[in-house]
Structure formats: C-alpha cells, structure tokens
Design a binder for this molecule. Structure first.
Ligand code: PEP
Ligand code: MN
Length: 296
C-alpha cells in the first residue's frame, strides 16, 4: 500500500484547502447551521425525512402519495416537475403545472415541498417552493448556483455523479458567496467500479462533510443504491454517520411510475422504513418533528 497517499488524504481532511470554500467551512463557523423551513428546522438536533415520488405525474398522484407519506411520518414532500432525464425521450416532467400540483398537495397535507430546478429561466415558478433542489447533473451549473444565491430560498444541493467532496463544497460556496446561507448538502451516491448498485452511496462523505462543514447533510439512499430493499439499511447507516435528513423516493404505485419506479418504495414499505428510521433517530438523540401522523 502507498502509505504516502494515505497520509495526504488524512492531512487533507484535517487541513482542507478551505480557502476555496471558507463560508462552508466549519473552521470559521463552529456551530451547526440550522435552516428554518416552515414550522420545521433543518440541522442541529432536528432530523427531516423528505419523501415523495421521483416525478409529479398528476394532481391525484401527488396528493395520494403526499397523504400516505404524511400519515407514515414524513416531514417534507418531494416531487420533480422539471426532470433532468438522461434520455431526451424519457418523461420530462409536468413543468410549472407539476409545481402547482406539488404546492397544492403540500398545502393540503401541511408538508413543506422540495422540487428540482434545472435552469435559471424557470426560477419564477419556484417563488412558493420551500426548498429548491439542484440535482446531481447540475451541481456544477455555476450560473444556476449564483442565481439561487441571489434568490434567497433554501437550496438542497446534490453531489454530482463524479464529483469530490471538496467540489461539492465549492459549489455550495457559489450559493453562500451570493449571500444565501441556506444550503443543505446531499449525498446521493457516486459512480465507481461497482455496478450491482445504481451508484455507490458514499456514507463516509457524510461524516467528512459534518467534520469540515457546518451545513446540514441529507442522504438519498434511493438514487444512492437504486434498490428498494437497500433503502432501510442505508437510512439507518446514514443516521449513524451523522446525517441531518433523508430523501426517500416513494410512489403510491411504483410499478406505474413514469420515472425511477424500480427504486421507489410503496406506501407500506415506506411505513416500515419510517419505523426503523424513528428507532435509529431516537438512538442518536435526533428529533423528527412529525405532526399528526399515524405513528408513535
Ligand atoms: C431526483 O432527486 O429525482 C434526481 C434526479 O436526483 P439526482 O440529481 O440525485 O440524480
Ligand atoms: Mn428520481
């Protein structure tokens, strides 16, 4: 083994090149950042579970799913309206109408909503969205990051498919440097030699990020593994690694889903994952601020 290489990486974690991401660095901001979202808070002792379908497919589908995940104890609702699909022939999302359906479902259930933006041009449709997601494919779309820095809404920034932890932090810095301190980082798996899972969920990145940055960190075990039965063990491991939240794709009928059905939990599977998540969160003394769900 090349011990020299290991020495360099240990040193990099202890003394990162944080000049390039000084606002994201814990060295200059010791306390965990806590981001208020509606009546919820992201970070610190608070733990959030964001659930919902990959895509908003219809008014009825998002409302049905929202009610099911809310009843199971989810604290926020997700659903893509502007979808960055690998193939241009795949379902591209309902666009601004999808955002409207998502907002209605959020209002009806009392859940704050998270949805992805893919270009600066559609920013005007995101005024009422609680958290704006920047997907893995746009992590380094710097003009979009700068625009979101000026827009001022909380941003959930996903790690790029082949990006390093420091590149993620420098992308966060683009938003912070524009004066928007509300950035949530998201580990969603990276490309490695492994091909049994869709991506390799890098849970060490969670502990590293919490060590060198004060920003909240969310884990997405759905895109991170691409396999429904891996969502529960990876969710538990994410909480143990120090994550501040989870993003879990859940569909009321995954077989009919227009995107990512194979990795989406059905409502019963989500209930069972939530039970495990609640146990693990209690063990780590994290608070899941669930209100009026059918859960203990
Ligand atoms: C998503 O959240 O639906 C998504 C497209 O995720 P990612 O950007 O991580 O692939
Ligand atoms: Mn998806």
């Amino acid at each position: 083994m090349d011990e020299g290489k290991h020495k360099i990486s240990r040193e990099k974690i202890e003394n990162p090149l944080e000049e390039s991401y000084r606002k994201a660095s814990r060295r200059f901001h010791k306390e965990d950042t806590v981001i208020p979202i509606g009546e919820q808070s992201f970070g610190g002792q608070w733990f959030q579970v964001i659930a919902g379908p990959c895509s908003v497919e219809s008014q009825e589908q998002i409302l049905r799913t929202a009610k099911r995940v809310k009843a199971a104890g989810a604290t926020m609702l997700r659903g893509g309206a502007f979808k960055p699909r690998t193939s241009p022939y795949s379902f591209q999302g309902l666009g601004k109408e999808g955002i409207r359906f998502l907002l209605e479902a959020g209002k009806e259930t009392g859940l704050p909503v998270v949805t992805e933006i893919t270009s600066v041009a559609s920013l005007e449709f995101f005024k009422q969205v609680d958290v704006i997601q920047v997907g893995a494919r746009n992590m380094q779309s710097y003009e979009l990051l700068k625009a979101l820095g000026q827009f001022g809404k909380p941003v959930l920034l996903k790690r790029g498919l082949s990006c390093t932890i420091e590149e993620l932090l420098m992308s966060a810095e683009y938003i912070l440097a524009e004066g928007n301190p509300q950035v949530i980082l998201c580990e969603r798996g990276i490309r490695t030699v492994e091909n049994l899972t869709r991506n390799t969920l890098d849970l060490s990145a969670v502990a590293v990020l919490k060590h060198i940055s004060h920003l909240p960190v969310v884990v997405d075990p759905s895109h991170g593994t691409g396999v429904t039965w891996l969502v529960e063990p990876m969710s538990k491991a994410a909480i143990a690694a120090g994550a501040d939240g989870l993003m879990i794709e859940t569909h009321d009928d995954p077989k009919q889903a227009l995107s990512d059905g194979e990795q989406s939990l059905d409502p019963d599977e989500f209930i069972s994952v939530m039970n495990a998540v609640r146990r693990q969160a209690a063990f780590e003394q994290r608070t899941i601020s669930t209100t009026d769900c059918n859960c203990s």
